[in-house]
Structure formats: C-alpha cells, structure tokens
Write a protein that binds this ligand. Sequence first.
Ligand code: HDL
Ligand code: ZN
Length: 438
Amino acid sequence: MIKNITENGNYKTVHLADQTALRQIVEEVVNQTPVIDIHTHLYAPEFGKLNLFGIDEILTYHYLVAEMFRYTDIKPEKFWQLTKEQRAELIWKTLFVENTPLSEASIGVLTILKELGIDPNTTDLKEIRQFFKAQNITEYVSRIFEISGVSEVIMTNDPFDAEETEIWERNLALNKNFHAALRMDRMLNNWKTASVEMKQAGFAVEEKLNDKTIRETRRFLDKWINKMKPLYMAVSLPDDFSYFANDTRNQLIQKVVLPIAEEYELPFALMIGVRRSVNPALRVAGDGVGRADVKSLEKLCAESPDVSFLATFLSRENQHELCVSARKFSNLMPFGCWWFLNNPSIISEITRERIELLGTSFIPQHSDARVLEQLIYKWKHSRKIIAESLFENYEKLLKIGRFVSRKEIERDVKRMFSGNFQNWIKPLTKKAAVENNG
Ligand code: HDL
Ligand code: ZN
C-alpha cells in the first residue's frame, strides 16, 4: 500500500509506506536511470576494427581465456597460434558445453545472448555467429546502449598506441556518446620507453627529467588533450605504488600531471593495485592483484586540494580503506568495482560499505567493457546488486518511520549513476578553450 500524502494542499507526495512498494520502486528507478559508464575499453564506431563486438570477441575476452586454461591442457603458446574463431570455439566448448558456465564472466555471456533474443541453450556457435554478422554497427551500438541503460561511455585512450593515434590524427567526428580519457600508463610506468617514443614524435625530451624535458612533456600532453578532449586523465598503478618515493613517476606526477590537471581542471583517475604480467604467457589475461598503500593516495589528495581525483583499487581490502579516505578528502571520488572485484559477491560488499560510509557520494560502478555487448551483462548484473543495497538502506528509514519518496530515490540514483561524475568533470576550460579559438 502506498500512502498518498497531500502536504500544504499544494502537491501530492507519494510516500512509500511499506517494503513491497519500496522494493518495487527502487528496482524500477535503478533499472530505468541511465548511467554514464566512466571507464571502459570500448571505442567509438569511427575507430573501425578497434571497436570490438560479436560472439568471437565476447568469447575470447581475457577473463574467459584465463578460465579456459584451468580446464584444458592446451599450452598458451599453442592457444595464441589459433585464429580468433578457433579460440572462441575452444572456449565455447570448454566453458559452455563440456562444463557448466557458472563463473561471472561465463554467465555474463549467456546474459548477453538472452538479452539479444538468442536462446542461451544454443550449442551451435555457427548459428549464433549469424546473428552478430547481420548487425549494422551504428544501429547496433544504439541498441546495445538502450538494452544496457547506458547513456554515454568513457573510452581508454593511449597517446602511445600507434594504431589509435593514427585514427585520432584524422580528426573524425566521433559518435557523441563516446568520450575520451587520456591514459598515462606508458608515460608514468615506463618513462624510459615513453621518452624515446616521444622524442621520435618530435618532442625534445630526454630520460633525465630536466626543465626542457618537463616543458616538452607538458607540450606532448597539451597536444593530446586538445586532440582527444579527454574528460579526465587516468593511470593504473602497481600494488607497490608509493607517492613517498622520489622516483621518476612521482616527479612526472608532481611536475607534469598535477599542474596540467589544475590548469585544464581535468580530474586525475588512479586505479591502484595491479601486478602486471604475473603470468606473461597468458598475455592480457596474465595480470594479477596486490594490496596497495592507501596512504599514497591520501598524500596526493592532501597535497593537491584543487585537483579532483577519481580512484579505485583492485584489492578488496583496499576498497574499505578507500571509503575511509574519501571521508577525509572531498576531492576524492571513489568509483567502480574494478576487474577482479566486478563479481556479485564483492560488488555487494563494496556497495553496501560505500553507502554506509559515504551515503550516495560515490560512483558505484563502471563496466570496464572491452567488447560492446559486455555493457549488457555488466550493467544488468550490477544494477541488481545496487538496487538490493539501496533498498536495504531505504528500508531502514521506513522502519524508523521516515517516509521515502520516489522523487528522493530518483534523485539519489541519478546522483550515483551520472551526477557525481558530471559534477567532477568540467568542460575543458582555460588553455584548451584558448587553443581551440586561437
Ligand atoms: O588497466 C585497466 O584499465 C584494466 O581494466 C585492464 O584493462 C584489465 O585488463 C581489464 O580489462 N579489466 O577489466
Ligand atoms: Zn580498464
């Protein structure tokens, strides 16, 4: 039963007076509120073959590659010699036919098939392939966004990736729902190689961080900021990242990245706790996780109060510490259940501890999608848990006798799904604007 209360005779506020109505409304609002997916590896259709979609890309997702190796005795070097289609066939046979698809990534594939109207009991990949081959990519992108409830996605854009920069140099008009993020991994984690590549691209940099190198590195970023119009700069950092060390990475952060962040009002996103190539034979599937030191993130936030930081960690234990840090620094926005945390049991724990410690002042999820259709399962699975977590807390209010209105629920979910991010990023201002009009 929903109590209709007329207040002051001016308007009627619907207050949810019992749990059944409340749960139904929370689920409805969470499922219908569009989300800005703030971190993906998707590319706008204009990037051609970098824009991955279809069943063979879905099945050869590196999460499934890693899982497949646990069931077969094929050696990685032999696996990598197979064609994309052959790898997809092997993964399908191994994880979906010979074994029950119970992992999050394999259930995700079946969620995609179901939401696209393909029978998840189909065993013949050739039949499934026909569906994807028939798609017109422009209409298909809109359809996938629609099914997923995604309004916009932020890409991951690497100024050191020749295949990608070649497309940027064409100055194409990109699909308006795809935005850039300037990825700094190669510059900050592999300066030795990055400085050589920057020099080859005409920037007078040396490995030694002298004044000229700093100036030229900032000019390099100026170029790519003006080219890509990123909404933020991002870097993934290893579990042993320490902002207390006087190393090259920290000097580049202090002398290049943070000044640029302030000058352009560009947020800086840190994704901390990855151990790259724990098993190199698995290639992109070979990375691992390590618990990181949250004190370094706190030092960054404390020393740069005018910079807006986005942050997430790869280790479950760090996520609780991140919530506490975010209570100390209002320039720190926690986001997402990253990679090995993007599993229902852990999304549940992280979302609940975030609501308990931060209310609605955080960004609950990003998809990290690499293949277009992954938006479907990553958001369907996450929305279910976000709705459950929110319901539990609204229900506490009802039990106290505090009414909850649909309008409040809509405001809260909109804040988490898009508002918090939109408030964090600002239209590229200052220098970039001048460059554009110069
Ligand atoms: O560094 C990152 O952005 C990670 O998300 C990696 O791309 C990782 O391989 C991944 O796809 N995780 O979901
Ligand atoms: Zn990622």
